[in-house]
Every structure is written in C-alpha cells, then in structure tokens.
Design a protein around this ligand. Sequence first.
Ligand SMILES: [Zn+2]
Length: 419
Amino acid sequence: MDDKALFTKLLRLQPPWYITEVVLDEAGTRVDIYIDHQKPVRFPCPICEQFCPVYDHAQEREFRHLNVCQVPAYLHVRVPRVTCSEHGVQQVTHGLAESNGTMTFEMESLILDIEQECSLESVSRLLTVDWHTCFSLQQRAVERGFSRKDSAIPERIGVDEKSFARGHKYETLVYNIDKGTVEYVCDDREQSSLTPYYRRFTAEQRATVRSISMDMWDPYIAATKQYIPDAESKIVFDRFHVMKYVVDAVDKVRKQENDSLKENGNDQLKGTKYLFLWNQENIPHWRREEFARLQAQDLKVCRAWAIKENIRHLWEYRYEGCMRKYFAQWYWWATHSRLEPIIKAAHTLKAHLANIVTYAKHQITNALGESLNAKVEKVKRLACGFRNRDHYRTAIYFHCGGLELYPKRSNVAFQIIGA
Ligand SMILES: [Zn+2]
C-alpha cells in the first residue's frame, strides 16, 4: 500500500476527495497532506442544493488534523466554488471541517474530548494548541449546543447562587432539576439577573413551569412572581438553604458560648465547630464520645444543636397541614430557647413558611441536582479561579449544560459529469 492509499484509509476520505501528495518535512515535525477532487464534477449550491458546475477554486486552505505518530498532520485543499443560476458564485460545503474552522472535525472533536477532562491550560500544553484556540473551540461548542437545543422552559426549575472568584461576587445559575443541567448563568443575584431568563419564553411557555426551588432571596422571589403565573404556590424554598439559616444560628451560639467560657479559662468548646454543624448521623465515630461528653453538660450550644436536628424532620411530612403543625411546635420551642440567634432564625423561617411547606406538594430541592452542584464545583476547581466571567460562564455551559457539543462530519454530495 502506498502512502496515498494508506492516508486515504486513515483519514476515511470519501470521494470526490482524493490525496495527491503526502509530504513529511526533513526534520520529521509535520506531515502535509494535499487533497483534490475528482473531475469533471458538479457540486450542490450550499443554499438551494441544486447541482452546479465548478466555477473556480478558492485559495488553498490548511486544516490542522490529528497527529500521525506524534507528528502533527495538516490537510491542504482548494475548496471549489460553483456558479448557481439563482445564487451566483458560492463556495461548496467541503465536509472536512466546519466552514469557518481551521481544524478538521476529528481534531476539533479530540480537543473537545480532552477539554471535558482537563483545564484549558492543560489541553493547550498537551496538544500544543494555543490557549485562545482551545477557548474559542469551547465557546463554539457551546454555541453549537445552544443552536441544537430545544427552547422549552423546564417544568421544574432550580435557582441557585454561586460565589465567583474571590470576594463577594455572585453568579445566578438556573437548573433544569429533572435533567440535572445548567440552563442559564448570569451575573450577580439581583432581580435583574433572573428576569432575562424568564423573558426568553412566551407567557404560554412560562405557564408550563410547575415548581421552582430557590433560596429565600427576595430578588429571585420578585422576578419569579413577576413572570411565572401562580408563583406563590409553585415556589419552594430549598431545604438546604433553609437549613443553613438554622445551622448558622447554631454556629453563632457556639461562638458566643465559647467566648464566654474562655473568659473563665474553660476551653472545652475549642475545635468543636463541625461537631455541631454536622448532621447527627455524619458525626465521625471517633468523635462521638467527645460529643456525648459535651451533651451531658448543660451547654447552650447543645440545646441549639437539638433544635437544629429537630427541624430536619419537617421535610419528612407529605402533607402541608402536617408540616405546618410540626413547624408550630418547633417554632414555639425555638422561640422559647432564650438563644438569640436561634430565635432570629425561627422568625425568618416563620416569615417564609408559606413557601417552605409547598415542599409537601412539589417535593423538590436544588439537591436533586446535587451531582450537578458537584460538577459546577469541579468546573471552578478545573479553572483554578476564573478571573473572567465570560470564561466561567462558557465553562459551566460546556461541562454542565447537557448540550450536544460536537461538530458532525458529513459526506459531500457530488455528481461526476458524464458518469
Ligand atoms: Zn443556489
């Protein structure tokens, strides 16, 4: 088998294309493969798909292809242009790469494969492709994915905020809870962050939303009430976020108590922060004795902890009435605890109770997308702290958008004249 036949097979090159020459440079650092098409031939006009005669050929283009035995390969082709009686002179679809691409479909797909696993910096280093090219391929993959995605609004939506880079910058993420995908990412966590998402859809589409899980965060609530009909009965405050108010209150109680104990030379609460933040079943075995010892004493933080553990049962009820009844008992207990942070948290929960107990009907939390959450965190780690919001957003859509990212190779239609 000669080199042309070998590469025709390796490249899975289909007619009308054939290889005219394969050149390995002196130093063995690149393989150049020259491609031409059979003649005489007619190609379809890219607009109306009518077969038309070849008019001329565009300037030679070079496409980076996969490596051959670690040596980068490049395809060279002069793409034919046809004259269509209706559309004039048009360049034909050549099927080797995307029309504006500089890489073959295979090379682009390989880069996207590796981008799934590594940071852009690593991809750039491993494949000796510059960083900006890696990023623009990722960006293009996301655009391609969105162009293929159907425009329906999810029936069950999760709205979450994520801290971005260092400091107090936030991004708002909208999840499709059932598919476990990120649907939308935008700056900050204002009402204006969420409204553009809802406004992408018609009123009829928005009416199909059945439930929305979110934090007790007024701007999100306001945006949702403005755009989702009957939002009052559809918003469910996310269990994790609700619990966080109580957990933070326990931590405040511990801090205050630790400070006053330390003043009297007592440091028994030193190093106990997580003992009181963990759920009971998550306390490690080797610390359970220590925890039991603390509980045997009349500590404020132990009372706060018991109150926190009890509110967790709220989400076990399947009827709104039962949830309300359970909450009323808990609320009485919490507000009579004489623990200021706990009382404050109890008031916050009570003020938002109407959309905490909607859980009974809808049974949703953002944790349904828990694996999604882990993925988002992984994206943040992969990027070692994004400095640029655009890059961050693109990476989130790329890794968590559930998009069809890959370019599709297609064969070229052609007619041999006289065949
Ligand atoms: Zn045409």
